[in-house]
Write a protein that binds this ligand. Structure first.
Ligand SMILES: [Fe+2]
Length: 172
């Protein structure tokens, strides 16, 4: 495997790990603000990113990359509102999309079609993730996120998570 792809795969391992940790910090903010539905949503996102990290970790090790997690920067753990935290969520997903696309471009340019193939499901998943967070932002804006709407809004996240849990059960 090409050296720059090897290096970039390890950067992506770190990106996925950092995203997972970032979502945990966001779950804590929700717990602190009595938003259990939204807290659960961020735990789910944290698990999701950890699974991605593991897939990259295994792929890189299986292909002679000596997988390794880099430093985790100080993560944002304070937000102004539910809208603010979801906008941060979208920002994180957009950054991850850029990183995965850069890696895909590198694989294409260096004719590493095997790694490009490995990346394909992640490229699709990034597109789905961004769309779903954008939909949540629209929902939050429509339902409202001031104190009197928060109970109802959080219930919507609870319902969303129950749907995801049911989807998970069907897959098993
Ligand atoms: Fe990811």
């Amino acid at each position: 495997m090409n050296d720059s792809i090897r290096k970039q795969l390890n950067i992506q391992i770190t990106n996925e790990h950092v995203a997972s940790m970032a979502y945990l910090e966001m779950a804590s903010w929700c717990a602190d603000n009595d938003l259990p539905g939204l807290e659960e949503y961020f735990y789910f996102s944290a698990e999701d990113e950890r699974e991605h990290m593991m897939e990259f970790y295994r792929y890189a090790n299986a292909n002679g990359c000596r997988s390794s997690i880099g430093a985790v920067p100080q993560l944002k753990n304070s937000f102004n509102s539910v809208l603010d935290i979801l906008e941060h969520n979208l920002h994180l997903e957009q950054q991850n999309t850029i990183a995965i696309n850069e890696l895909a471009k590198m694989c294409h340019d260096l004719a590493d079609y095997a790694t490009l193939q490995f990346l394909q499901p992640f490229i699709k998943e990034q597109q789905d993730s961004e769309r779903s967070v954008e939909e949540l932002i629209v929902m939050v804006k429509r339902v409202g996120y001031d104190a009197k709407n928060l109970y109802f809004l959080d219930k919507q996240f609870k319902k969303l998570m129950q749907g995801k849990a049911a989807e998970g059960d069907e897959k098993e």
